[in-house]
Write a protein that binds this ligand. Structure first.
Ligand SMILES: Cc1cc2nc3c(=O)[nH]c(=O)nc-3n(C[C@H](O)[C@H](O)[C@H](O)COP(=O)(O)OP(=O)(O)OC[C@H]3O[C@@H](n4cnc5c(N)ncnc54)[C@H](O)[C@@H]3O)c2cc1C
Length: 82
């Protein structure tokens, strides 16, 4: 973080250069994306456990393109908020 002390002409103008999109790697393709994918993986593991135990019938599969599309929407919203 950069803190500018003083609102005089010298301190008033702050220029931010960003070559891609605000919010950095963590939001766009790092921690947040991995957290979302982890949630899906954890849910599938739990469902598979219940299926093996006989509590759930049928096969379960991940709709990966759908998951990625939705995660990208959420990350774009997060980036706007940040
Ligand atoms: C898959 C993955 C998972 C991760 N998971 C975690 C986690 O769980 N916990 C954790 O703490 N960390 C995690 N990280 C690491 C975390 O994403 C980074 O440590 C963090 O994003 C670094 O922040 P930063 O602001 O230093 O750099 P960045 O987030 O990389 O931001 C640098 C910014 O500068 C811009 N930039 C670069 N060069 C220029 C240029 N020449 N001109 C203009 N703009 C430029 C880039 O576009 C970018 O927006 C993960 C990383 C990855 C890849």
């Amino acid at each position: 973080m950069i803190l500018v002390i003083g609102g005089d002409p010298a301190g008033r103008d702050v220029t931010l250069l960003e070559k891609r999109a605000l919010s950095g790697q963590c939001v766009h393709d790092g921690c947040m994306l991995i957290c979302g994918l982890n949630d899906v993986a954890r849910a599938i593991t739990n469902i598979e456990f219940l299926r093996t135990a006989g509590a759930i019938a049928g096969d379960v599969s991940v709709r990966y393109p759908y998951v990625m599309r939705n995660l990208e929407k959420i990350l774009a919203r997060l980036s706007q908020i940040l």
